[in-house]
Ligand binder design. Structure first.
Ligand SMILES: Nc1ncnc2c1ncn2[C@@H]1O[C@H](COP(=O)(O)OP(=O)(O)OP(=O)(O)O)[C@@H](O)[C@H]1O
Ligand SMILES: [Mg+2]
Length: 611
């Protein structure tokens, strides 16, 4: 549009895209809204510098030579120049915007790729018409390929799949292509640094406009950690179930063995001849062997009585070294590397010795002559990421002891069953398969965990983790001397197993005590008030309705001076209430000998008199 707008020609150009041609007789620039400093202007054409979408400015032709006004051709020329300049501006603007967008896109891509790498996830595209697979940068990273590799041949990709999984993956993908459907499976792949890892592979078949399958888009995620946690969890659950089973059997066995050993010993006292004596001794011997087996089962099922103290793991090991060297023989070397300034751990010293010994014996058995065994202690802070730890574990501060050998190592199959009671790979008669079951039970009861690292032909490393103790002074065990004089007191005996109850009564009566029997805690409670005086409550711990602990709590309220001795072969660690220990409670583990029972009863009664 061409106008002759003299009021405000510049505005007309910029706002209305007008072409303004005119004359300015005075030559005064201000009259046509030009700056005052502008040289005089008598004739002019103003055109917009614009693209179809935007006005960038204006172009002016002024002071036409030899003429008072600009011609139509001049105006046409100015207008073309303005349009050309507008296009140039528009192009420049678009280029800048494109650069910005490209940069944003790249940043976005980098972020996405970082996120995918962190999540150990990659994306693949397979064009069904070719044998190539396009990879996201994170995928190249997962496979340890150079960062700029964006595609890999299908054969090359399948070479990285575990031979057992390859056919399964191929079949699943082919089936999905045929059905134009989605698929999801788990497979083992050769990953960048750490060899074979587990991946989840989810994919979708993309069809073209004709509905024909054209591409397969896949997402691959590294799930190695998740799988190993699942495995650990299953392992822990299995051990828990086995522990309950073993504990239950051992509990009943303990009662039976207590009776068998006790009565056999009575019979020994009155044996008529040497032949009888011999037979009875054999019974006692066999029962003792059975008792030691039961004891190992109890240790495994964590129903063993334990007396824990704060102790220095290094000292414990130093004390054992001579004995261990003798045990493994001169052909095998034993070295120790003990961390200095190690915190104490809370455990039962003899149980912990058992743990170290069982591990060292296994190491010895795995080594031939020239074998090397190392014992290493360390302070370790766990951040929850330790693999192959049983039971599954969180984080915290621990002291560890490792037994490392350069022996045969183990297969995966052996590793997965290692802690099961009676699992052994040793020839008949050489191993009972209780060594590691015992270790497991003790370690778990001490609030710890155990880690096994081993490969067939490459030796083994067993690491026991024990929680670090805060206070560092080991508490000395309190030894109370048994005194022969403390007889004649009244004992209230509560035991639901009749054979054990009778045996205990006979032993105590022979030792000069008065015994009042109760078959249940209820019966004991009912009898209690009718009794003149009771010096000692001697009770089983696990009974159907009321536990031995509860019974003691109830009775001690009525008679604060009451002493107590718990007899049990089946005591869940959780039942050890500190309140019970504070009241001077004592424990005796089944099966026990007559001497042990009498000794313990006297010890408790003596301690009562001393109070
Ligand atoms: N350091 C090791 N190196 C190789 N294999 C081991 C090692 N420790 C344990 N094993 C394997 O674990 C199995 C179970 O060990 P465990 O100590 O429970 O029983 P055992 O040694 O066979 O018998 P037991 O300890 O009752 O005499 C062993 O038979 C062996 O196959
Ligand atoms: Mg063993």
């Amino acid at each position: 549009m061409m106008g002759n707008n003299h009021d405000h020609p510049v505005r007309a150009v910029l706002e209305a895209r007008e072409i303004v041609r005119g004359v300015n007789p005075t030559g005064d620039p201000a009259a046509i809204c030009l700056p005052l400093a502008h040289p005089p202007v008598h004739s002019y054409v103003f055109v917009p510098v614009a693209s179809p979408s935007r006005v960038y400015g204006w172009l002016a032709l002024v002071e036409k030579e030899d003429a008072a006004v600009f011609s139509d051709e001049d105006t046409q020329l100015a207008s073309t120049l303005g349009a050309l300049a507008g296009m140039a501006y528009e192009n420049a603007r678009l280029v800048v915007r494109l650069q910005e967008q490209t940069r944003e896109l790249r940043e976005h891509e980098e972020q996405t790729d970082f996120a995918m790498s962190a999540a150990r996830t990659g994306i693949s595209h397979r064009d069904l018409g070719s044998s190539w697979v396009e990879l996201s940068p994170s995928m190249a990273h997962l496979f340890g390929l150079p960062a700029d590799v964006r595609r890999i041949s299908q054969d090359e990709l399948y070479k990285r799949v575990h031979p057992d999984d390859g056919p399964v993956v191929r079949a699943a993908v082919e089936k999905a292509i045929e059905a134009r459907s989605e698929f999801a499976l788990e497979l083992r792949l050769q990953a960048a640094s750490d060899g074979l890892r587990w991946f989840q592979f989810r994919g979708r078949v993309v069809t073209n406009a004709d509905g024909q399958p054209s591409r397969v888009v896949g997402v691959i995620t590294d799930i190695t950690e998740r799988r190993s946690l699942e495995l650990q969890l299953r392992q822990s659950q299995k051990m828990e179930a086995l522990g309950q089973l073993a504990g239950g059997v051992a509990h009943d066995f303990n009662n039976l063995l207590t009776a068998i050993m006790g009565y056999a010993r009575f019979a020994l006292d009155t044996a008529a001849n040497e032949a009888q004596r011999h037979d009875l001794e054999e019974i006692v011997k066999a029962a003792s062997r059975a008792a030691s087996l039961t004891k190992q089962l109890l240790a495994f099922s964590r129903r063993h009585m334990v007396e824990t103290v704060a102790l220095d793991l290094n000292l414990l090991i130093v004390d054992m070294v001579t004995m261990l060297r003798r045990m493994i023989g001169a052909d095998i070397e034993l070295a120790t590397t003990l961390a200095s300034g190690l915190s104490h751990v809370r455990a039962d010293p003899s149980q912990l010795e058992q743990v170290v010994m069982n591990l060292v014996i296994n190491a010895r058995d795995a080594c031939g002559p020239g074998g090397k065994i190392r014992l290493v202690t360390e302070a370790v802070d766990l951040d929850g990421s330790v693999a192959s730890l049983t039971p599954v574990w969180g984080s915290g501060a621990y002291v560890t002891v490792s037994v490392i050998d350069n022996g045969t190592g183990m297969s995966e199959a052996t590793k997965s069953r290692l802690f099961e009671p009676f699992f052994t790979t040793k020839p008949r008669g050489q191993g009972t398969g209780l060594g590691l079951a015992t270790v497991y039970g003790i370690v778990v009861q001490s609030g710890g965990a155990i880690q096994v690292e081993s490969e067939f032909g490459r030796g083994s490393r067993f690491t026991v983790y024990l929680p670090r103790e805060q206070e560092t002074t080991p508490s000395a065990g309190r030894a109370v001397e048994a005194h022969a004089s403390a007889t004649g007191q009244t004992v209230l005996l509560v035991e639901d197993e009749q054979a054990v109850r009778e045996l205990v009564r006979i032993i105590l009566e022979r030792a000069g005590h008065r015994v009042i029997e109760a078959a249940t805690p209820e019966e004991a409670l009912a009898q209690f008030d009718t009794l003149e005086s009771v010096d000692l409550l001697l009770t089983d711990v696990v009974m159907p309705a009321i536990s031995g602990f509860d019974l003691f709590h109830k009775l001690v309220e009525r008679m604060p001076s009451l002493r107590v001795l718990f007899i049990s072969g089946y005591t869940d660690y959780a039942l050890f209430e500190p309140t019970i220990a504070d009241k001077g409670a004592a424990f005796l583990e089944k099966p026990f000998s007559a001497e042990a029972l009498i000794g313990k009863v006297r010890e408790v009664l003596r301690a009562g008199q001393a109070d």
